[in-house]
Design a protein. Sequence first.
Length: 217
Amino acid sequence: MSTTTTQQIALRARRTTPRWWALTGVSAAALVVLYAVLPLLGVRYPPASVALEALYAPADTVLDVIDVTTVLVVVAALTVVAVVRKLPYGIGAILMLCLGSTLTAAAGSAWLSDHIATSALPDGRVVAASSVIASGALVVPGRLRPVVLGLGSALVAGVAFAAVVTAGATGIGIVGALLVTGMWWGAAGVVMAHSPVAAAREAKNPLDTAALMLRRR
């Protein structure tokens, strides 16, 4: 790969990075407003109630599919994609996004459950579904990204709807879940923006791994 091509890739990474940081910052700020500022101002989020009882059973079935095993299988598949596409930072970005989102939602639920209705906290199943879709969008080829985002958005919408129907979450909980994923998606996006740069360097020198590159810096 020519130096010019490598420089173009590096320039593209520098242009993309601020957008990812903006996504992280806006999402984090919105989470603070939603779960710290508004409650301190006296806003109270009502608990969820079962809606559309006729759809309760199928909605509950949909939610049962979103479990640890399913998420791990999808994460493993995305890891294979990252390896096949020779994205040096791909696996790290996937783990950062999926684990970071899940742990953040769990920590928020543990810390805030005494002050905010559980159904108004970030819904873990929506976080799981949206984080794996966001991970897929980061590592798949560009021509497939619209398909992943389109079908993934439909999946996340279905999971969110099922959570509302079964009283597992309210609209606030859905928004909170998406903000958690958005915050980590931005951070993982920053990592992935530099993955092609590392790949270009490895193409020129197979010994120039990401770890060696970081050590030299």
